[in-house]
Every structure is written in C-alpha cells, then in structure tokens.
Write a protein that binds this ligand. Structure first.
Ligand SMILES: *Cc1c(COP(=O)(O)O)cnc(C)c1O
Length: 398
C-alpha cells in the first residue's frame, strides 16, 4: 500500500475502493493496517525553537491526532472533489449545531426544511433564537419556490433529503441555485444516504452533515458526527470548530474509521433488503402507503433517481386506521424489530412517529398510524415472518 491516496478527493479510484484505501499510511503506522487509538492532549516539542515556531505535525489533542487524521482523510475521499475539509464532532446533533453556529451571526435568518430532524428544529427555535437568529420553515417540496421565502438577511438554507421520518425528497440543486444567487449557504443533513449514495457537495450543498452514529459507525455502538464543507464554507467551519472546542473521543473516532471500511457492503445490503421489505409491505392489506423514495411509486422517486446512487435501509409505512393499542400489539409481538431511537446499525428497528405537533410549514396528515422501520442485516425471510406475526396481532386488536 503506498501512501499516495491518503484522501485525495480528486483520486480516480471508485468510492468503494477509496473507502478501503483512503487515510492509510502504512509507514507511519509501522506496518500495521490500522492507525492506533491515540489518546492524547499534550504534544511535546523537542526544542524551545520548535515550541516558539509551533513546529510539528501535531500541536494539541483537540486539534488532531494520527487517529483523527486517518478518519478525516478517508471522509474527504468519500465526500468527493468539492470537499475542502471535514470536521469531527461528538454526535450528529453537535455537528449540526456547530455548523450553524460557525456560519451564522446575530440578526441572520435561517430557512429550515419542514421535514428536518426534530432536534435541529429545537436548536434553531430555542438556542439560535436566544442569540438573535430567526428561523422559519418551508415545504420540503418547494424547489425553486424557495425564492419567495428568502429575506434580505437569510444566511442559511438547511435541508434534509429525504427527511428521516416522512421521507419527502427536496430538490437540492434547485434550492441551492436560488440560495446561492441570494448569497446564502446551503447545509444538508445527509445522514440517510451517506456521501456514498448522495454526494451533496457535488450538488451545490456547501456544508454536508452526517450523524456518524448511524451508518458510518454501523454497529449502534458510537455517538459521532461529521461536518464536511466546500472551499467557500470550510474556513468558517474550521474556525467555528476551533473556537467552540468541538472534538470527538479517540475510541469513537477509531470505530467510525473501522465502520467506514465496510460501509459499501453494509449499505448495499441495507438497500437491497430495505427495498425488498418495502415492496413486500406495499402488498400487505394492513399497509396504506410505503414512504420510500427508491420505490417507483413514491412522489420523490424522480429526484432520488436523478440525485442519488442508492438508498439506505430506513423508510416508513402508514398503516390502515387503527387504535394505538393495535399498533402497540404489533410492536410488542415482533421479535426481530427492536423499539428504539437511532438507526443505521446492523439490526432492524420499528418505531411509531407523528409529525403533527411540530410541523409548521406543512400539515402531516397521513390517514393512519405511521411506523418508521430500519431494515437491518437479518434474513428478509425471517423479517417477513416476524412482521406477519405482528400484523396478526395488529388485526386481532383492531
Ligand atoms: C440521528 C440523527 C441525527 C443526530 O445524530 P446523533 O448522533 O444522535 O446526535 C441528525 N440527523 C439525522 C437525520 C439523524 O437521523
């Protein structure tokens, strides 16, 4: 392994190959395939002259270690040629709040997609408001119509494609074109597809966020976030990270890098099993609607097909009208679908959701109880048999 592809975003190698090769420096790792987990704060300088000149590969634990550098190089290779840098954060929410704080100032206005992750809304509506930054929300399907919502002080447009509960698919290139003409930055929470299936920086996004807790970690065992930015936004993002003191713990950084190495095979399986389950669920009499942009029947399918190269294993279903106790009977009967927040691990999950109370630009009225499913790496035959038992319990309790 030579060290010519540490993370060069212009490398001609395919994304799958770069997931394996990027960020590896065999010589610096004394022959080992992986970097060590460097636990460190203080970095010692050999001479007073070196100290005064801040000379040295590393300066302080918070600013980087061999472990964080390996991961950052691998992430840059994944984010593509527009990527000027990637910051590491201790969670996805921290990545979002850090990115927003890094580029906004008092008196600014932020436009957020109405299907955004709920803690993003909370941060905007409460913390940013206290700092004199105003937030308003827009219909995820607005496209170029976003122009009507821009104010002279709109500095950021934040999107999520697709939203991780309701799966509406915003037209990011159309939104970005209008936002840029206005001088605003575009931030995308790209957790659902990961940069492997959606290179948001190539589509006009300035800052691309990942909750690395999900597919990058891939094993439900870390909290982690990434902030990738293009040339225009990276200097501000890097300075914001520095001033806020944002950094991630060495074990989580190591596990994120380990997860990244197998992202392509895991995601391909999540995609395949997810689509198979989505199609199967679409045929079930208990299911009114499947919300999955990779299904031909989905309203977001054309945009997904144009802008994405794959789908992950997360989607939602709307059940036929039924009392809560019937939904609970389903959830209590299934054994392979765990009930819990987060997703992106190897295991399947099912969780009820209802966006009615917090949406403000659009109305959420699906016509039945909604469940979000994460399709893990179990056999789809076993998952179907499990859900069949769940639906029997659902029907008995209706
Ligand atoms: C989980 C999630 C986050 C937050 O990530 P944490 O690591 O849990 O803080 C942000 N955005 C989306 C879309 C998510 O699903």
């Amino acid at each position: 392994m030579n060290s010519s592809d540490h993370g060069d975003p212009a490398s001609p190698l395919s994304p799958q190959t770069r997931l394996v090769t990027s960020g590896r420096d065999t010589k610096a790792q004394k022959g080992f395939v992986n970097p060590p987990v460097v636990r460190g704060s203080t970095v010692l300088y050999p001479t007073a002259e070196d100290l005064h000149a801040h000379r040295g590969e590393y300066s302080y634990g918070r600013h980087g270690t061999p472990t964080t550098r390996a991961l950052q190089q691998a992430l840059m290779a994944l984010e593509g040629p527009q990527c000027a840098g990637v910051g590491l954060a201790p969670s996805g929410v921290s990545a979002i709040s850090t990115a927003l704080l890094a580029v906004l100032k008092a008196g600014d206005h932020v436009l957020v997609c109405d299907n955004a992750y709920r803690p993003t809304r909370l941060f905007c509506d409460q913390m940013l408001k206290r700092y004199g930054i105003e937030t308003s929300y827009f219909d995820p399907l607005i496209g170029a119509g976003i122009a009507a919502h821009l104010k002279p002080n709109t500095a950021v447009v934040m999107v999520e494609a697709p939203g991780s509960q309701s799966f509406e698919m915003p037209d990011i290139p159309a939104i970005a074109e209008v936002a840029h003409a206005h001088g605003a930055l575009v931030i995308d929470d790209n957790t659902w597809a990961t940069p492997l299936y959606h290179r948001s920086l190539d589509q006009g996004v300035d800052i691309s966020i990942q909750a690395g807790t999900k597919y990058i970690g891939g094993h439900s065992d870390i909290m982690f976030g990434t902030i990738a930015a293009n040339k225009r936004a990276w200097p501000q993002v890097a300075e914001g990270i520095r001033q806020l003191g944002v950094c991630a713990g060495p074990d989580d950084v190591f596990l994120a890098l380990r997860g990244l190495r197998t992202l392509a095979v895991r995601l391909a399986q999540h995609q395949q099993s997810g689509l198979e389950m989505a199609r199967w669920l679409g045929e079930r009499p208990e299911v009114q609607r499947v919300l999955h942009p990779a299904l031909e029947s989905d309203p977001g399918h054309a945009i997904w097909k144009r802008d994405f190269t794959g789908a992950s294993g997360l989607f939602s279903i709307v059940l036929q009208p039924a009392p809560q106790k019937a939904v609970d009977a389903l959830l209590d009967t299934v054994k392979l679908f765990g009930m819990g927040y987060s997703w992106g691990g190897f295991e399947s999950l099912a969780i009820p959701f209802d966006c009615t109370t917090y949406r403000s630009a659009t109305q959420w009225n699906p016509g039945g109880p909604a469940l979000r499913l994460h399709i893990g790496l179990e056999s789809t035959d076993d998952l179907k048999a499990d859900l069949e038992r769940g639906f029997a319990a659902f029907n008995a309790a209706r």
